[in-house]
Design a protein around this ligand. Structure first.
Ligand code: FAD
Length: 419
């Protein structure tokens, strides 16, 4: 920890990205203000309801070679893992075209390298924050199991598994018996798996955000429940911000970490990125009747099942319908039917359901770094399907560059003006 006194930093967005950034900046000696609009309604943030996967070898972008065939198949199934509300298609078509353009093998290898730089040290970069906040109990590094129904499942996924291997963690290919040794409750339908013992999960994703925010406040940080609506821009960049409650707040340096809503804050500053919400759903079963020990992902169904403090969470789905359309909770309930096939003993009577907005850019990489237009503005958003994983290194790197030190990873792939 660097105790030197530094200037003020205002972080906008109190999800996992903003909260980790605020903690790292505070450790550097900055006076930090964290602003989030979610007083009392935390489930609006994507960080509230994710599946909790903490995966250093999560380096495979969403668009991969040949995926167009799968996309067509998924779109034909009304409750499949991908859904586009047809009324929203004109709005998201440009994004989809950009997304598919990122799926060539060369692009995927380059993206994967950048993802590896961000994600491979996820546990190490969380460590100091968790220790100081007393939150180590929320992380279990007990492995993740990716299961397939067909014998040739891992072979079919070989391109992705090879990308994961570049991170250097062991990946074991398992047969039916070995799968049941690790998780006896899994259906015998699943005959193959790849197992990554060095992966893990968080047992309470919102508890993590809340615990880090509480720790930040205990150490003298300021947490404001406000909606930021605009900027006061001086000759050298933003000097203040305005809020929905009518306040004007002076700022020195600013970090924008507003997840899927970040374009509204960066546009007045002269930036715009193709940021799309991949709406995802979860159900959390308080009495699941099975007690899996580790996180299981069904590669065939595109669903993750994670044991959490509040029960068993089943999550998945990508729905393209924008930020404002009402959730379709039928998509969440479909997860229950898939869950029963993964764990035949699953009890599904008691559950809560949720929808959240994953902030996604077409190349599956976030925006991280200093604004090329305003020297006092820093950007940290767009972490898509991997924000819990990428948050720790993002916070560490932003603290480095805001303190004037070189970043410990190459930030060029994460530039805001790359599109
Ligand atoms: C179903 C599902 C499963 C997932 N599983 C995983 C997983 O296993 N592992 C993983 O790494 N990731 C996972 N993710 C992705 C992960 O949850 C996100 O990448 C991450 O939560 C994004 O964090 P964030 O802080 O950028 O955004 P958010 O958590 O959405 O936080 C942004 C905050 O900014 C606030 N805000 C926005 N605009 C303003 C404004 N103008 N003024 C004030 N406040 C504002 C918002 O209200 C919000 O609270 C999953 C996501 C979903 C939906």
């Amino acid at each position: 920890m660097n105790g030197a006194k530094r200037g003020g930093v205002t972080v906008i967005g109190g999800g996992i990205i903003g909260t980790v950034c605020a903690n790292y900046l505070q450790r550097e000696g900055h006076t930090v203000t964290l602003i989030d609009r979610n007083g009392g309604d935390p489930d609006e943030m994507c960080s509230f309801g994710n599946t909790g996967g903490v995966s250093p070898a999560s380096v495979v972008p969403i668009a991969t070679p040949g995926m167009i065939k799968d996309v067509v198949k998924w779109l034909m199934d009304p409750l499949g893992p991908l859904h586009i509300r047809w009324s929203y298609l004109p709005a998201c078509l440009p994004w989809l075209i950009r997304f598919l353009r990122q799926s060539s093998p060369e692009r995927v290898r380059a993206i994967s390298k950048a993802l590896a730089s961000l994600n491979r040290e996820t546990f190490e970069a969380y460590d100091p924050l968790l220790k100081e906040a007393g939150l180590q109990h929320l992380f279990k590094r007990t492995g993740q199991l990716f299961v397939y129904r067909s014998e040739d499942g891992p072979e079919h996924d070989r391109f992705a598994i090879d990308l994961k291997r570049q991170v250097g963690l062991p990946i074991e290919i398992l047969g039916a018996e070995e799968i049941r040794e690790i998780e006896p409750a899994i259906s015998p339908e699943f005959r193959k798996a790849h197992f990554i013992p060095g992966h893990g999960h968080c047992t309470n994703p919102y508890g993590l955000v809340k615990g880090l925010a509480d720790h930040f406040v205990r150490r003298g940080g300021t947490l404001l429940r406000e909606t930021v609506t605009g900027w006061d821009i001086g000759p050298e960049g933003p000097r203040g911000l305005r809020t929905a409650s009518g306040r004007s707040i002076e700022v020195d340096k600013v970090v924008i970490a507003a997840g899927a809503w970040s374009n509204a804050l960066i546009e007045p500053l002269g930036h715009r990125v193709p940021l799309e919400s991949h709406r995802g759903y979860h159900v959390t079963l308080s009495d699941p009747g099975v007690a899996p020990r580790i996180m299981t992902l069904s590669a065939d169904d595109k669903i993750a099942l994670t044991p959490m403090d509040m029960g068993l969470r089943l999550a998945g789905n990508v729905e393209l319908a924008g930020l404002d359309a009402a959730p379709n909770f039928e998509r969440a309930r479909k997860l229950l039917r898939i869950g029963e096939r993964v764990f035949p003993g699953l009890k599904t009577a008691k559950f809560t359901e949720w929808m959240g907005h994953r902030p996604c850019l077409p190349d599956s990489l976030p925006v991280i770094g200093r604004s090329p237009k305003h020297a006092n503005v820093f950007l940290a958003f767009g972490h898509g399907h991997q924000g819990l994983i990428g948050a720790s290194k993002t916070g560490q790197v932003l603290a480095e560059i805001i303190a004037g030190r070189p970043a410990s990873i190459d930030l060029r792939p994460f530039r805001v003006d790359r599109f």
